[in-house]
Design a binder for this molecule. Structure first.
Ligand code: MGD
Ligand code: MGD
Ligand code: SF4
Ligand code: MO
Length: 734
């Protein structure tokens, strides 16, 4: 029997509406849902491969436990929870609650009850050691907003904008930020046809940059330079919105002083672009009526990223590109609570220096969360407070954390490593317990997590009052013993005699659209996912039952308008935060002192693939099409200079380590820049012993770019995020 039902792909933040077909209870086909009013039939190749994810022969259908000989044996999920709880209890008794940490990666997103329960469990234990992939991603977004202040009216709408600036972000592929992620390629095409002028700053002529009016193709790491240069032009040519700045911002003169040396000629020379193009970009943005500046990981990975984001916010504020009184709110919430925004700032607030201090490098918690870049050290550094137990959900530290060898030592040093993962990921292979979870279409889903994107950064979240809920589409495979994420954490809570308080937040730091709400999940309470989601959406603008009425999703006409500034409001957006201005000044002098490229003449930058989601999808033939490694993309001229051809094997060396890689020509890159996706490669223990062994292995699994990184040298002092992109490297023929 065949049934087709509407549902939600939850593999990335887009949360596309899909049609899922099951035959005899087995998922066989996923396509875009033409009746979904927001996505209108759009999906990407990953979403269409959901049947392969669900039915993969290597999928774990039982949890497994590591044996003394290093092998794994199936364990019943109830027994696994018993044993993990016992071991946690012993670790807490011996070392205290801080010895227990949780790391939440990208695949926790589809399971919002799981994330909430994991955080609640750690709270109940009394441990502050909750880490997420956010601090190895774009922590600069929250940090810069804290320093600049937040415009409560929110951002302007892409669909009505006449200009847009994208910096180190490639939403056509990543669906991450900037262009709304419901079919971004089409949205961009429509916008350009409508007359939108697009400025893209990216060392690669990306799929997004192809449609740019001005594409600045700079050296990596020069985003603060370029933004300071654009601000310089905007101020000098008086292109800024003087009324908006006078009413809502402060620090203009200090900013003017700091950007003064960033003249177009200076910027052009330093960033490797043309001065006239920089001026043109500034005039396009400032001369338009509506638009925004959005950044991505290219900008966040290459150092000085708080400064980049801060200057992006300053440029936005200078040009008054925020939702104004009377405008329709771009992101009014549907499964999140209703609120009435005003055309006024939420004033700047402390961005770091609170919460549990890390034991290394003066790092603390920040508005972006705990510094994941230092978690491996917290595990390795002996003494009071050492982390002894780590639970990972939806993450893969062995491919994702910077400095793979250190991460490897850390994973092995743990007394207890548990990961919830549907496959024997690189991290799972080092774990004591791997908990086999249900996959998305075996659990209910809702669009609420996609909406919360807006609390991370600008240009994220859902533009419109859109919501969708999907019940479970297929049962787990027959004979499987699987848990949902929340069931695992609730099961541990029951065994540890703890109740869970799930916290729903609607902002970050002290900024909140509405006060956080909590819901209690008693240790012995029987519940199900739909009930939990109903409770998590209890304060939503659109009542849960109303959302249920539209299985294909629905856009409500909420018509929420931005109210005028409160006459009593004294808040101002900051254009000249002292830390940021000091960094901008130091950044200028840093360059004057000369570069560091001698032994490492190339720069390695990140790049997302349309086929994979970080480390997921590499074992799905329909996605990899026979190519299971991550090429090192280089400009053809660089290849020629090195006497290399497509498919040749090279050694890429940073100051800390080296990897083998396979080169591939890509003329869209700037010369001197190498682009590679992360999430590939092996564990150090599986490095081939001989050249031919490692060469063959390389073509099977690719290279782990995280090996080239060092968490303790170039790192952000506030988020702890190390240099992940713009990495100086050399290339030699192997
Ligand atoms: N060198 C380098 N390092 C980077 C980056 C880079 O570009 N370059 N990018 C950084 C960024 S932006 C991020 S977000 C991090 C990513 O960091 P992580 O989130 O830690 O890494 P992922 O590869 O996304 O891990 C996802 C894991 O979830 C598992 N999984 C898949 N489906 C499910 C599911 O339904 N349930 C559960 N429980 N698990 C599932 C997958 O098998 C995989 O092991 O990496 C960061 N590290
Ligand atoms: N298909 C797919 N989608 C994904 C993911 C995936 O793996 N696959 N991963 C998800 C995750 S975890 C994240 S965080 C997002 C990331 O989403 P994005 O931030 O959009 O990541 P990328 O697509 O790699 O785009 C980054 C761009 O920055 C450019 N760049 C590199 N260095 C610099 C620099 O120094 N300055 C500037 N200005 N540009 C630079 C690169 O050339 C690249 O085009 O995507 C999410 N979506
Ligand atoms: S864009 Fe994201 S949510 Fe949409 S189909 Fe692709 S992976 Fe799924
Ligand atoms: Mo990410």
């Amino acid at each position: 029997m065949s049934t087709t039902k509407p549902s939600i792909c939850r593999l990335c933040l887009a949360h596309c509406g899909i049609l899922a077909t099951a035959e005899n209870g087995r998922l066989v086909k996923v396509t875009g849902d033409p009746d979904n009013p927001l996505f209108k039939g759009y999906t990407c190749p990953k979403g269409r491969a959901l049947p392969e994810y669900h039915n993969h022969p290597e999928r774990l259908l039982h949890s497994v436990k590591r044996q003394p000989d290093g092998g794994f044996q199936a364990i019943a999920s109830e027994a696994a929870m018993d044993e993990v709880a016992d071991r946690l209890r012993a670790i807490i008794a011996r070392h205290g609650p801080r010895a227990v940490a949780i790391y939440m990666g990208t695949n926790s997103l589809p399971y919002p009850a799981g994330t909430a329960c994991s955080f609640a469990l750690l709270n109940a234990i009394g441990s502050p050691m909750f880490f997420t992939s956010n601090t190895i991603d774009q922590p600069n977004k929250q940090i810069a907003q804290a320093l600049h202040g937040i415009w409560q009216g929110g951002d302007q709408d892409f669909d009505t904008a006449d200009s847009w600036v994208l910096i180190g972000v490639n939403p056509v592929i990543s669906k991450a930020a900037g262009i709304p992620c419901q079919n971004p390629a089409q949205k961009l095409k429509d916008a350009v046809n409508r007359g939108m002028q697009l400025v893209v700053i990216d060392p690669r002529k990306s799929e997004t940059a192809r449609r740019a009016t001005v594409h600045l193709q700079p050296r990596p790491g020069e985003d603060p330079t370029i933004l300071a240069g654009m601000i310089h032009v905007v101020l000098q040519e008086q292109l800024y919105d003087q009324a908006f700045v006078a009413e809502h911002a402060e620090g203009l003169e200090a900013l003017r002083t700091q950007v003064a040396p960033y003249t177009p000629d200076y910027v052009a020379g330093r960033a490797g672009i043309e001065a006239a193009q920089l001026v043109r970009a500034a005039r396009i943005f400032a001369g338009a009526r509506r638009g925004a500046v959005n950044t991505g990981t290219g900008a966040s990975f290459s150092m000085n990223s708080n400064l980049t984001e801060y200057l992006a916010l300053c440029l936005t504020t200078l040009c008054g590109r925020w939702g104004r009184a009377g405008d329709v709110v771009t992101r009014p919430n549907a499964m999140l609570p209703p609120w009435q925004p005003r055309a006024q700032p939420f004033p700047p607030f402390p961005a770091w220096g609170f919460g549990e201090p890390m034991r290394m490098r003066g790092l603390t918690c920040s508005v972006a969360g705990m510094p994941t870049g230092a978690l491996a050290e917290e595990i390795l550094q002996e003494g009071e407070g050492q982390v002894k137990a780590l639970i990972c959900l939806g993450g893969n530290p062995m491919t994702a954390w910077p400095d793979q060898r250190k991460t490897y030592r850390a994973m092995q040093a743990l007394d207890l490593l548990v990961t919830l993962d549907p496959q024997m990921s690189e991290t799972a292979r080092l774990a004591h317990y791997v908990i086999a979870p249900m996959l998305t279409l075996e659990t209910p889903g809702m669009s609420q997590p996609a909406e919360t994107g807006k609390y991370y950064g600008l240009g994220m979240g859902i533009p419109g009052t859109y919501a969708q809920y999907s019940p479970r589409i297929v049962e787990p495979p027959p004979g499987a013993d699987l848990l949902e994420e929340w069931q695992f954490f609730h099961g541990l809570a029951r065994r540890l005699d703890l109740d869970l308080e799930l916290v729903m937040g609607y902002g970050f730091g002290p900024y909140a659209e509405s006060p956080p709400s909590t819901l209690r999940l008693g240790r012995n309470e029987e519940t199900d996912t739909e009930t939990l989601y109903r409770r998590m959406a209890a304060n939503a603008r659109i009542p849960f039952d109303e959302v249920l009425r539209y299985p294909h999703g629905h856009v409500w006409d909420a018509d929420v308008r931005i109210a005028p500034r409160d006459p009593d409001c004294t808040a101002r957006l900051s254009l000249a935060d002292t830390t940021m201005m000091a960094e901008l000044q130091a950044f200028y002098h840093q360059y004057a002192q000369g570069g560091d490229t001698g032994d490492y003449p190339y720069r390695l930058v990140p790049r997302r693939s349309n086929q994979f989601m970080n480390s997921s999808g590499r074992n799905i033939a329909r996605l990899h099409g026979g190519k299971t490694y991550n090429p090192a993309y280089m400009h053809p001229e660089d290849l020629t200079r090195l006497g290399l051809q497509d498919g040749d094997q090279v050694i890429i060396r940073s100051a800390y380590d080296y990897i083998d890689a396979i080169v591939e020509a890509d003329a869209t890159l700037r010369c001197g820049v190498i682009a590679m996706s992360h999430g590939f490669g092996d564990l150090p223990q599986d490095d081939g012993q001989t050249d031919s062994e490692s060469g063959a292995r390389l073509r099977e699994v690719g290279s782990n770019t995280g090996r080239l990184l060092n968490t303790e040298v170039d790192f952000d002092p506030y988020s702890g995020m190390p240099r992940i992109g713009n990495v100086p490297v050399s290339v030699t023929v192997s």
